[in-house]
Design a protein around this ligand. Structure first.
Ligand code: FMN
Length: 215
């Protein structure tokens, strides 16, 4: 079997982590490297990943996350932040940086900005705002994090169950430097090791033939 599929079969949403176990430094860095190299629209990398091991901080976050025990019991909680409108627009410092890395000259840069402007106003804004667009990219990184974790036999649980404005507010208060530059929480991912008592329910999926159609 393909190694990626094998890892994906290992992955389940872990609802009960073993609070006694910590992911080794080298392994968590390797998992986060998968996020670092994730693809994004126009290569804009509209994200930042806060990898939180600090227990006191997570205890304070838990009530803002539907009191979900994974927030405090996992080894590392990854808060995936997305950029919003201010720093995702042509001319922004962030956009200049990412395109400078690709070695664009002034002419190429102008042409690219024009393409992006057209995309924004014709394809993006009629359907969603900048937060939703940035979050879509973040969910690709989320999937890569979960797959990389599974390949190292590390369990994960994606978490959308949180009070978004309260969590944004909390993180802006606690970590103002990290949240500056128009960042906002897209999604969370708890990483760690399943508790020995945890019985994973059987995977429940609609039939392959129904959801995958070869036409
Ligand atoms: C974007 C997203 C958000 C989720 N949020 C939560 C959550 O807040 N709490 C939780 O216990 N599970 C959460 N889940 C886990 C799903 O319930 C789980 O993935 C789904 O039931 C399928 O089960 P499996 O992942 O074990 O195959 C989330 C999953 C995704 C993809």
């Amino acid at each position: 079997m393909n190694a990626v599929l094998e890892a994906l079969y290992f992955r389940h949403a872990c609802k009960k982590f073993d609070p006694e176990r910590t992911i080794p430094e080298e392994t968590i860095r390797e998992i986060m490297e998968a996020a670092h190299i994730s693809p994004s629209s126009f290569g804009l990398q509209p994200w930042k990943f806060l990898v939180i091991s600090d227990h006191a901080l997570r205890r304070e976050m838990r009530p803002l996350c539907w009191d979900q025990p994974q927030v405090t019991d996992c080894s590392h909680l990854v808060v995936i932040l997305t950029r919003r409108e201010k720093t995702l627009k042509p001319g922004s410092e962030h956009m200049r940086r990412v395109f400078a890395m690709r070695g664009f000259n002034e002419e190429q840069l102008r042409a690219y900005y024009k393409r992006i402007e057209n995309y924004y106003w014709q394809e993006l804004i009629p359907y969603m705002n900048f937060f939703a667009w940035g979050s879509k990219q973040c969910y690709i990184a989320l999937a890569d994090i979960m797959a990389a974790a599974a390949a190292s036999k590390v369990d994960s649980c994606p978490l959308e169950g949180f009070d978004k404005s309260a969590l944004d507010h909390f993180l802006h208060e606690k970590l103002p430097d990290e949240m500056a530059d128009d960042f906002s929480v897209a999604v969370l991912c708890a990483l760690g090791y399943r508790h020995p008592d945890w019985q994973q329910p059987a995977r429940a999926r609609l039939p392959f033939e129904e959801v995958v159609r070869f036409v």
